[in-house]
Every structure is written in structure tokens, then in C-alpha cells.
Design a protein around this ligand. Sequence first.
Ligand code: NDP
Length: 446
Amino acid sequence: MGHIEEVFEQVKRRDHDQPEFHQAVWEVLESLAPVLELHPEYREYRVLERLVEPERMLIFRVPWTDDQGRVQVNRGMRVEFNSAIGPYKGGLRFHPSVNLSIIKFLGFEQVFKNALTTRPIGGGKGGSDFDPKGKSDNEVMHFCQSFMTELFRHIGANIDVPAGDIGVGGREIGYLFGQYKRLTRRWEGVLTGKGYGWGGSLIRPEATGYGQVYFLREMLKARGEKIAGKSCTISGSGNVAQFCAEKAISYGGKVLTMSDSGGFVHDPDGIDEEKLAWVMELKNTRRGRISEYTKKFKSASYHAGKRPWSVKCDIALPCATQNEIEKAGAKALVKGGTIAVCEGANMPTTPEAVEIFKAAEIAFGPAKAANAGGVAVSALEMAQNAYFSEWSREEVDSRLDTIMTGIHAQCDAAAEKYGHAGDLLVGANVSGFLKVANAMLDQGVV
Ligand code: NDP
């Protein structure tokens, strides 16, 4: 058995019940063979073994009282995965499906993603099995306050800086920040994704989706193509999906679909700026379901319980959740003539589906590179907080564009150097790994 397989077997032995974590680890490990061959020091100093083991995992009880006065109990967690290149950084996810496997997969991915941004940020992730759906603002606030009442002692502007993810947007970050400040008496950049006017950065809400489309633009450019005139299917209708759609439309793309966990809407006329503004109001203010779109826009159809990959498109942009493009979805996309898939969500494509895209020579933008714009602008928010300063919209957007263009170039170069020209997944894994692994070697056995 080779070194990589040995490390993977140990991961599976130690945590046999964590399939999402295994999937994320294997996706990285299998890319690293050519790097390990050239650099025996990584093996000698057990860099892989250390990388797959989080530095720290915190699991805690979150008790709170609902509007009827009943006591509710959720589980909170924070996985501080790797701090070799900076304070732990990564979002919080509030969703009933949250468990340690999901948080560890997200934290592991985050380590490499953050390295790719070239900012000094390590990797972490956290969350809870709390479901904000159907809860009043008051209940969400009570939950967030209780969650922070344990988390505050583990985080800090130079220690661990959480942000949003599924189920955690501006409202939740506000409640979490308020409680942190109350408990510590410190106003510091301990969370990112804060509201504009109290430490938030302009463009942070837009950053993941915008960054994804900047990355897509670079991928297409490398193949002599552009976004203008291309049809796009998007999954999700949350933060990432909304701003991915906005930027794709601004580049002249035609957005055909959006979805939520209930199903997807298909609008053959295209979801234009005006329709997207309606979706944003539906999702961010009224907190309604995407199915309502068809009542407002008669050109559209709703497909309950389905994902949008059966709709013929040039470009697929998964922006909802992990493993949402499986084998059948990938085959349908290839059959429909898709030329590019660019991931906004984390690990939305299963390994089998990635193989199908590779075999069909479809341009593939892996999440840890393509969706790094969110955390990159979070790092810019930290920088602004540290300097008590505020940059303009144009300044942040232009930095985001430069970072995303740089990430694409980095991945492309690493893929070429290690014998996988054009394979951005290998390029992202290798490039992120090298930066973290070298920092770990420099810092000794810790
Ligand atoms: P939101 O909560 O804002 O939106 C999530 C969207 O995905 C909603 O439309 C939701 O539908 C849908 N969704 C969630 N779970 C499922 C599911 N199991 N099946 C089908 N649809 C589902 O989250 P974000 O937009 O912030 O995050 C989306 C993805 O992007 C996640 O993978 C996240 O990790 C990743 N990401 C987010 C970043 C950010 O800056 N926010 C940064 C980098 C990555 P419903 O409302 O019905 O639940």
C-alpha cells in the first residue's frame, strides 16, 4: 500500500462514520502523488497525517427557549482545522443535516481554499443542527446568543474568525456579533459578513457568487470562449446563487433556473435583473419558497423534488449544497452539450460526476478555487477592521477580481507543472497543499 493509501486508511479507521469527510480527503490526497514523489520531506515529517487531523474540535450544547416558552436543545460545533498560515477562518452552517462529518469536510476544504486566496488565513468551520427555517427573528436571536455564549471563549480576531454559510446570513451574524461584544466587551473583527455600517465590507455579500463568475470567465477565456450569449443553469437561490446569477446576467449570460430544497424553477425566457430582484426579495425578506416564482412569472415551470441538471445549458453553476450533481445529473449535462461546470457550493459534484466531466473534456472549476471569493473578501474585511478603515465598492470588487484571476492562474500553472495540464482540480489541490505544507515544515512538529 502506498503512503497516500495508508494515510487514507487511517482516516477511515479513525472516523469510519464520516463519509463526506472521507470524500473531501480522498479528493485532495489522490491529487498529491506527483508532489510527494518530488518532495520526500513531506512524508518524513508526516505532513499528510497532520493535515487530515484537525488541530482542535469543539462540540457543545446550545439550549434556548422558543416563542412558546419551550426549552429546545441543539448541538453546536467548531472545527479548528489548520492555523499554519493564519487564524482559523471559515463559515458557520445552521442546517438540520449538520454533523461532524459535514463540518470536518468543509473545514478540510477551507484549509486549501484559504491558502489559494494568498491571504494569511488558516482553515476552520462550524455550525449547528439548528434549522432557522420557520423560526421567528426572536427565536433565531435566542439561538444565536446561546450559541455564542459558548463559542466566544474559543474565537477572536487573531485566533478564529467565523463567517456565514448555509442558514447563516447577515441577520445571524448580527446577533452572534452582538452577543460576542456583550460577553467580551471587545469590538473587533471576530466575525466577517457583518452589516455595512458596523464593520462589514462592501461586496462581501456578493463576493462568493461574483468571484465564481470571475473564475468562470477565466476558465472560458483559456478555451477561447466567453459568458455572453451562453445559457446557464443555477441551483440554489440563497446568497451564493443570487449573486452568481447577478454577475452572470451582467456578463450577458442567460440564467434559466434557480432552486431551493423543494425543487427548481425553469424560466426559458431567462431570469433577468428584474426577475432576480423579485427572487432576492422573496428569499431575503419574505423568506418564501422558490415555487412561488411561477405564480408571478407565467413563462416558468416548477419541478418539485428535482434538481435543474436535466435542463439543456451551456454552463452549469451549482450553488446549493454538497453532492447535488450526481452521476445521472452529470450525464444529462454532457448529453445537453454543456461546455463548463463551475462550482459555487462546496463539493457539489460527486467524484463519479467529476470523472464524467473529465472524460467529456468539460471545463471544470473546483469549489475550493472557484468559490474562494467569499473568504477572500472576508480577509479583506478583516484587514479593513484591523485598520479601522473602509474601502469603496470599486476597490473591493477590483481586488476580488484580481484575486480570482490569480487563483485561476495559480491552479492552471500548478496543474501544468505536475503533469495534469488543464486539470484545475489537481491544480487547486496541489497549489493549496504546497503553501500549507511548507508553512507546516517551517513551524516544526506542532
Ligand atoms: P444559503 O443558505 O444562503 O442558500 C442555500 C441554498 O441552497 C438555498 O436555496 C437552499 O434551499 C439550498 N439548499 C440547501 N440545502 C439543500 C439541499 N440539501 N438540497 C437542495 N437545496 C438545498 O447558503 P449559501 O448560498 O451561503 O451557501 C450555498 C453553498 O455555497 C454551500 O455549499 C456553502 O457551503 C457554499 N459557500 C458559501 C459561501 C458564502 O460566502 N456564503 C462561501 C463559499 C461557499 P432552502 O432555502 O430550501 O434550504
